[in-house]
Write a protein that binds this ligand. Structure first.
Ligand SMILES: NC(=O)C1=CN([C@@H]2O[C@H](COP(=O)(O)OP(=O)(O)OC[C@H]3O[C@@H](n4cnc5c(N)ncnc54)[C@H](O)[C@@H]3O)[C@@H](O)[C@H]2O)C=CC1
Ligand SMILES: O=C(O)[C@@H]1CCC=N1
Length: 267
């Protein structure tokens, strides 16, 4: 049985634990958690969790682990890096979902191999788009384990360059927040046009769902946009403003560049 330790089980860690349970994979894995503030809100069942430890020193009492998922804030890793040796062997695979912290820093001269993964909050419902990078000592078996674990939370894409993870973070890691912000803005716009608050929010949310469903069926956003846009019609009047002086594209490019740069700063 694979022994799996979550170092940090907040939103992302708990989403992964829930999906391992829901997909039946948890039955083949012994799951432990190391998190001094672990709480079971947002998690369907804790019955699949064998043990919860407040520190890595306590977690080592259970021996070493085959896989360690690091899902803590990146700023915390520096304080814990030297303790990773307590819970790993040279056969261990470390999967980090922290932005910025690179493979070399993650290895901290320890012998384990490292996969970096950048999921998104869609993990909660099994709809994450996760970008991954395999460090230098990751075996085919290690890659396969990481793929199987991460596929429980959604789609998995491997990148060849570690530096591409900054862009992955800026596009898909943070991406759900952009669509949430747009949905909020659309609802507020509906209110300003006279709709009741609840109706404006319901319409904005259901429209995001319908656009997402259309994109699943036909992965061509430009073609779908054309389909909605009757020549000289109503949509065209709105899209003209998105397009003027490249407004929307420029804004999205600047915003994702800021996210990319922030991720680079964390290195
Ligand atoms: N929330 C998101 O959408 C995404 C988050 N990430 C990354 O995943 C990581 C975790 O993010 P979230 O789950 O959202 O954060 P979170 O704040 O919900 O969870 C972090 C967990 O770390 C625990 N923790 C604090 N000190 C600890 C310690 N000394 N030892 C062990 N655990 C400790 C906290 O109690 C908490 O449960 C971060 O690096 C974040 O950047 C990556 C992709 C998406
Ligand atoms: O905001 C953050 O730093 C993390 C990384 C991607 C999504 N949330």
């Amino acid at each position: 049985m694979t022994r799996l330790l979550f170092l940090g089980a907040g939103d992302i860690g708990k989403a992964m634990i829930s999906r391992l349970t829901e997909t039946g994979m948890a039955g083949k894995i012994e799951i432990s958690v190391c998190d001094p503030y672990f709480n079971n809100t947002d998690i369907q069942t804790t019955s699949e969790i064998t043990a919860i430890y407040p520190t890595l020193e306590a977690a080592q009492l259970n021996g070493a682990y085959d896989v360690i998922v690091i899902a803590i804030a990146p700023e915390l890793f520096g304080k814990l890096a030297h303790l990773m040796k307590l819970v790993t062997t040279r056969q261990s695979l470390v999967i980090s979902v922290m932005p910025g912290i690179n493979v070399e820093t993650l290895r901290h001269n320890h012998a384990y191999s490292v996969v970096r993964a950048m999921p998104n909050i869609g993990a909660k419902s099994g709809h994450s788009a996760t970008g991954c990078y395999a460090g230098p000592y990751v075996t085919e078996a290690g890659r396969a384990i990481a793929t199987r674990l991460l596929q429980t939370i959604g789609s998995v894409y491997w990148v060849k360059e570690e530096s591409h993870l900054h862009a992955v973070t800026a596009i898909s890691g943070c991406g759900p927040a952009y669509f949430f912000a747009f949905t909020e803005a659309l609802a507020k716009a509906g209110i300003s046009l006279g709709l009741p608050d609840d109706l404006a929010l319901d319409l904005a949310i259901d429209t995001l769902h319908s656009a997402s469903a259309s994109l699943h069926a036909d992965r061509s956003p430009a073609r779908l946009r054309d389909e909605v846009t009757t020549p000289r019609g109503v949509t065209a009047a709105a899209l003209k403003l998105f397009g003027e002086e490249n407004n929307l594209e420029t804004l999205v490019r600047r915003a994702t560049k800021a996210a990319n740069d922030r991720s680079t700063d964390l290195e």
